[in-house]
Design a protein around this ligand. Structure first.
Ligand SMILES: [Zn+2]
Ligand SMILES: [Zn+2]
Length: 387
């Protein structure tokens, strides 16, 4: 409540105004595209500084994000093990990171967010025999992979993967939920290092809200590597998992770049967290492709019920010619458009909808980076079921 005026008519005025506003809002929704409710903010959700294995300070990182990369927001995520023996991030470093994020945040202009990378490693378990075990936990090793954790407000200390109280994704998620933060799965892997990365309870889907999206194939140094990132995420979705998609540079050079677009009401930490929690965001691999995706008027990230076949609405504004815009349903491409230029808009009704499905949109441009990789964008999924 703002400045409650001390007049008798206040409550009445407030309710009356609420009614008028609701009516105006209904008019606006009926007459204008709902996209006006949200702005598209560009950021990077993954990167390191000298407080783990990166270069530069948190202040350098935020300054580069704001002044060089021209991002709207950025999340700094150093490894929870810090950068030197005894391989735990000192509390002072965590607090300096948070203080720098506070200092650089100016609502409406630039938002800096303090986070860290929960870095689970199999060598923490005594049963890990391939190399020297750190002997922290009994039993055979787990392969939970890494997860970024971030908070809208300063918290006393991070929840480390080396601490028995937070050693599993379930334990971590419970602690992060209590602190009001969010988690994302990092660099999903089809190899053994990612074996247990999605091993968490469905009640945490709103806390472990997003997953970093990587292409299935990637060229580097003249060779093609099978990362199978998207395939790994699709596997999780096919098993009933819920996750939105974010992109991160994982820079260790202090050079964050635009990899995640968030559709939020305002450029504040609260609004960005609200959007990320609801998966109203998407990932890009390099170019800042504008992508809008809705089903029956609902945003990416939502779970909806329908009475008729779902009606998909897609709008893409690329930075180069678009090679393909594909709609993925339950893990398979169900509709494909090959636009003639940099932009495309289409609607499509899925008459083959069979009662329950998730859909996401994948954009591929006809460009190439210095390694030969095309720019891509992946919308967060929308889950649809028959009413
Ligand atoms: Zn990592
Ligand atoms: Zn990292």
């Amino acid at each position: 409540m703002q400045n409650a005026p001390s007049i008798f008519g206040y409550q009445w005025c407030r309710w009356r105004w609420a009614g008028v506003l609701a009516w105006l809002t209904a008019l606006k929704l009926a007459g204008a595209p709902a996209a006006e409710q949200y702005h598209r903010y560009w950021g990077d959700v993954h990167g390191h500084t000298i407080f783990s294995d990166g270069k530069g300070t948190a202040a350098d990182y935020f300054q580069y994000a704001r002044d060089v990369a021209h991002l709207d927001f950025v999340i700094v995520t150093d490894h929870d093990f810090g950068h030197e023996a005894p391989w735990r991030m000192p509390k002072a470093h965590w607090q300096q990171t948070q203080a720098a994020a506070e200092q650089y945040t100016v609502n409406g202009r630039f938002v800096a967010i303090a986070g860290y990378e929960w870095t689970s490693q199999p060598k923490y378990w005594r049963g890990f025999t391939n190399a020297a075990s750190e002997g922290l936990f009994p039993g055979p090793p787990c392969y939970y992979n890494h997860k970024n954790v971030y908070f809208p407000k300063p918290v006393d200390y991070l929840f480390s993967a080396k601490d028995v109280a937070y050693l599993t994704p379930d334990l971590l998620a419970a602690a992060v939920q209590r602190a009001g933060g969010l988690i994302q799965n990092n660099h999903p892997s089809a190899e053994v290092e990612g074996r247990d990365q999605f091993d968490y309870d469905g009640r945490w889907f709103s806390v472990i809200a997003n997953t970093e999206m990587l292409p299935d194939l990637m060229r580097y140094g003249g060779k093609t590597y099978a990362l199978r990132g998207e395939e790994t995420v699709r596997g999780f979705l096919n098993r009933g998992g819920r996750t939105g998609f974010v992109g991160g540079s994982d820079t260790h050079e202090g050079r964050p770049s635009a990899r995640t677009a968030v559709l939020a009401t305002a450029l504040t930490r609260e609004a960005l967290f609200e959007a990320l929690r609801h998966r109203r965001n998407y990932a890009v691999s390099q170019a800042q492709i504008e992508l809008d995706f809705k089903i029956n008027g609902h945003w990416m990230g939502e779970e909806i019920a329908v009475t008729n076949p779902p009606h998909l609405n897609v709008a893409v504004q690329g930075t180069a010619k678009l090679a393909e815009v594909a709609v993925v349903r339950n893990g398979l491409v169900c509709h494909r458009v090959t636009p003639a230029g940099n932009e495309v808009r289409f609607t499509w009704r899925d008459n083959a909808f069979a009662g329950a499905a998730y859909y996401y949109v994948r954009v591929t441009q006809a460009d190439a980076d210095e390694e030969g990789n095309p720019s891509r964008a992946w919308s967060s999924p929308i889950w649809v079921k028959a009413r």
